[in-house]
Design a protein. Structure first.
Length: 204
């Protein structure tokens, strides 16, 4: 199985003394990861069969929260119930949370709801906010399935939760091959994004 240990994940810069203290360790870990170019994969946004009612007001869509290793640009593979790795030679085109935010916005746009959504900082006066968490976004080697699990909340502008839902989807794929894993995760992601748009439009 062509997987890499989590030490091969890209890391954010460390500050000052901490950077100096761990510099040698990080260098040794990354040296084992090789420097071959990574195949880069993107997620798509559903463009058909997304029929949602018009939103009442404007919904702001933030970047979802995620924990490592999902909060990165690497394709995560679960190798055991308590162990994960990353697909060798493959990466997402962007950090996964950022890419999911863009694709969800595009899914709303594809549902003809372009004027009803915004990003934080766009200058729009939103009526509601969509907050979400990536609970699972990975290939599972045990069942050769891509699993996407996302928790979504809609809040009014006072911060009160007015609706909440967990969305899950899966799609068959190959855990040990980057291209097949990316395609399977994209298929599962499409299902979840479509479900979120239809659900949110009925509650805003």
């Amino acid at each position: 199985m062509t997987l890499l240990p989590l030490a091969c994940l890209k890391t954010r810069p460390l500050a000052g003394g901490l950077r100096r203290a761990v510099g040698l360790t990080v260098t040794l870990l990354l040296a084992s990861c090789g420097a071959a170019p990574l195949a880069t994969f993107d997620l798509s946004a559903p463009s058909t069969d997304v029929k949602a009612r018009a939103l009442r007001g404007v919904l702001v869509i933030s970047e979802p929260s995620a924990v490592a290793p999902a909060d990165s640009d690497r394709i995560v593979v679960r190798t055991a119930p308590s162990a994960v790795a990353v697909a060798k030679g493959a990466q997402w085109a962007e950090r996964l949370p950022r890419m999911l935010q863009m694709r969800l916005i595009q899914t709303f746009e594809n549902a003809k709801l372009l004027k009803s959504i915004s990003r934080p900082g766009d200058g729009a006066m939103p009526d509601h906010a969509l907050a979400w968490d990536v609970r699972r976004f990975e290939m599972d080697a045990s069942d050769a399935m891509a699993h996407v699990d996302v928790s979504v909340r809609i809040l009014d502008m006072s911060g009160k939760i007015v609706a909440a839902q967990i969305f899950t989807a899966e799609a068959p794929g190959e855990a040990g091959e980057g291209s097949a894993a990316a395609q399977a995760l994209d298929a599962a992601s499409n299902k979840v994004l479509r479900q979120i748009v239809i659900w949110a439009a009925g509650r805003v």
